[in-house]
Design a protein around this ligand. Structure first.
Ligand SMILES: Nc1ncnc2c1ncn2[C@@H]1O[C@H](COP(=O)(O)OP(=O)(O)OP(=O)(O)O)[C@@H](O)[C@H]1O
Length: 227
């Protein structure tokens, strides 16, 4: 696979006399990257910079053929134009919509748009692909933790993002479900062909996803890529 992610993120944060310096470069061609490193090193910051939720002081972020951010060229696409699927830890499902409504939500036109017949069919296909076809008319709170996670992923995948960003997606699940979800999500994501960048503390996530590890660490007072 060609390089699908090319980034250089430089950022300095200061508060209460503490300075946090971040200078990380990454060129990824492996389709599944797991970002590891000690707590507070800035792993989540990498995902946020790709999603456009924080702005680097300097550097660039390119995903596929698209430049999302480039300080020299003064490019900074707003989050909604980045075609990036960010799975939040609480899944951010819409409680008043059914599973079908949640998956179809991003296909609607305008805030109050209804789903067309074709859009409903498309949403249904994605639910089935994620093993949730029988639960199309259930609300999120009636789904198990693993089902909610699959629903959240289906909701991102239907929009065909250029990359999926997952922040410790399995850490909130109980140990048994964690292993099942690792395997299920790993197979699903491989079959989708969407590149993946995931933050994890757990070597078993890397194994289940057959991913490449990128480690962040500190050199002096600065966070950098170690390998
Ligand atoms: N305004 C700020 N001033 C100084 N440092 C900050 C500021 N905001 C965030 N930081 C620091 O930025 C760092 C990056 O945090 P981030 O959540 O990305 O780390 P992480 O590697 O994902 O951690 P964890 O594994 O614990 O989730 C943290 O050390 C945090 O203390």
């Amino acid at each position: 696979m060609a390089v699908w992610c090319d980034l250089h993120i430089q950022k300095t944060l200061r508060s209460a006399g503490r300075v946090f310096e971040f200078d990380v470069q990454l060129q990824a061609s492996h389709p599944r990257i797991v970002l590891m490193g000690p707590s507070g090193i800035g792993k989540t910051m990498v995902l946020q910079a790709i999603a456009g939720l924080i702005q680097p002081d300097q550097g660039h972020v390119r995903i596929g053929q698209t430049t999302l951010f480039d300080s020299a060229q003064k490019i900074n696409l707003p989050p909604q134009q980045r075609r990036v699927g960010y799975l939040f830890q609480n899944y951010a499902l819409l409680p008043h919509l059914t599973a079908l409504g949640n998956v179809g939500f991003g296909l609607r036109r305008g805030a109050w748009g209804f789903l067309s017949h074709a859009q409903k069919q498309e949403a249904m296909q994605w639910l089935e692909r994620f093993g949730l076809g029988a639960m199309a008319h259930q609300y999120p709170h009636t789904l198990s933790g693993g089902q909610q996670q699959r629903l959240a992923l289906a909701r991102l995948a239907i929009l065909r993002p250029q990359v999926l960003l997952l922040d410790e997606p399995f850490s909130a699940l109980d140990p048994h479900l964690r292993q099942t979800m690792r395997e299920e999500v790993g197979q699903l994501l491989q079959s989708l062909g969407i590149p993946l960048l995931m933050v994890s503390h757990d070597g078993q996530d890397r194994e289940a996803l057959n991913a490449q590890v990128v480690r962040l660490g500190q050199v002096g007072a600065r966070t950098v890529r170690l390998e």
